[in-house]
Design a binder for this molecule. Structure first.
Ligand SMILES: [Fe+2]
Length: 387
């Protein structure tokens, strides 16, 4: 269990992480909207502090607002239904220098009183910020290359031999989902812990690769959002450059594409309990926690035993066939009522695992991610099951 001092340090590390990310956007591009369904970049610069301020400064410490219009302007992100795009203009947003002033004062006021902040709220502030470090990477991914600053050093990817695909038999048994309060911090939707009986099934050893998905595209399916074709050759649109399609890396696809591929192969996507049955404990290393910007081959860093599926945590979230629903006994957080509940609408599916840009704290097995089935910007992969 982490102490208050550890958490204060983790909050400041998380701030450095997001500050660093915003510095990858060229200053003349901070009012761009790289993903049409999301806010302009400037919103995220103010949002992280406004969230901390509203949660900690206002809700918990009852401090006096010094800029209430920013508290409201930067309070909430958006997830519009398909076809309903935001229409605000760059001129609707304040100058970056004003946002930076607001951010600095927020940090100073929160840091001055940090010892009075309950651990649970510090966890919420840290994890909320780190979740945005990932979702902001999706936004940055879609900013044209000339509008961003490429880091001086990019991590190398180890060469691997071609993966030998196969499947792993998982015997019938109980899957444990969720967590108990004694196990430490979790978001509202991670409670209560419970078990689900799962009949025997088999699951693919590796995530479905670009090479495999390419066969589907050649058979007439549409190409994933991250691919582009020129003169009959396929390329992957990476974070900082385009590369020839890396055939042994996992295919980033939507839930709809993953499901269609599974049907084409006569198989299906795992359910959330099946994922839990198949997954071993998260590894100490892997393609998560900001080590890489893009995927690595499905058999790279393959430390899993031959009897276990590889890379269930890292190198891309994995789609499940489970609709995002509350666990029995769910109670929303009183201080953040909109974290999960609005998404129990039957329109979002559960993803498990982690992507290259997922912070290590989210690798606890109870963590659940969810998105709309046709949202194309995610680092989301999949594997197949057969019952
Ligand atoms: Fe947020």
């Amino acid at each position: 269990m982490r102490t208050q001092t550890d958490l204060a340090r983790a909050l400041s590390t998380a701030r450095e992480r997001t500050d660093e990310l915003f510095r990858l956007v060229r200053p003349d591009s901070l009012y761009e909207r790289p993903i049409p369904e999301r806010h302009r970049i400037v919103f995220y610069i103010g949002h992280l502090e406004a969230f901390d301020w509203n949660l900690i400064g206002r809700y918990r410490l009852d401090l006096r607002s010094f800029q209430p219009q920013f508290d409201r302007l930067f309070a909430f992100g958006i997830d519009p239904p398909p076809g309903q795009l935001p229409a605000d203009q760059p001129s609707d947003w304040p100058a970056i220098s004003e946002v930076e002033r607001y951010n600095q004062r927020t940090r100073d006021e929160i840091d001055d009183a940090i010892e009075e902040v309950p651990e649970q709220l510090l966890h919420v502030a840290i994890e909320h910020r780190l979740m945005h470090a990932e979702t902001f990477a999706y936004i940055l991914h879609n900013l044209p290359y000339e509008r961003k600053v490429t880091p001086a050093v990019l991590p190398p990817v180890r060469e691997t031999g071609k993966p030998v695909h196969g499947s792993i038999e998982i015997p019938a048994g109980a899957a444990r989902l969720g967590r108990t309060a004694e196990e430490g911090f979790g978001w509202d939707n991670e409670f209560e812990a419970h078990t689900v009986d799962v009949p025997a099934f088999s699951i693919s050893k590796y995530k479905v690769t670009n090479r495999e998905y390419l066969e589907f595209v050649r058979a007439g399916a549409g190409a994933p959002f991250f691919w582009t074709e020129r003169d009959g050759r396929w390329f992957y649109r990476g974070m900082f450059s385009e590369t020839p399609l890396p055939l042994d890396c996992p295919a980033y696809v939507t839930h709809r594409e993953a499901e269609a591929y599974a049907r084409w192969r006569g198989k299906s996507l795992p359910t959330e309990p099946q994922f839990h049955r198949a997954a071993c404990l998260p590894p100490a290393s892997g393609n998560f926690d900001f080590r890489h910007w893009d995927p690595i081959p499905v058999n790279a860093n393959d430390v899993a035993s031959h009897a276990a599926p590889a890379q269930m945590f890292g190198n891309g979230w994995e789609w499940t066939s489970s609709v995002f629903q509350p666990f029995p006994g769910f109670e929303r957080f009183p201080f953040y009522t909109n974290y999960s509940e609005p998404f129990f609408d039957g329109e979002h599916y559960v993803l498990k695992g982690a992507s290259p840009r997922t912070a290590a704290c989210f690798l606890r097995t109870s963590f659940r991610n969810w998105f709309r089935p046709s949202y194309p910007y995610l680092y989301s992969t999949f594997r197949l099951v057969e019952s």
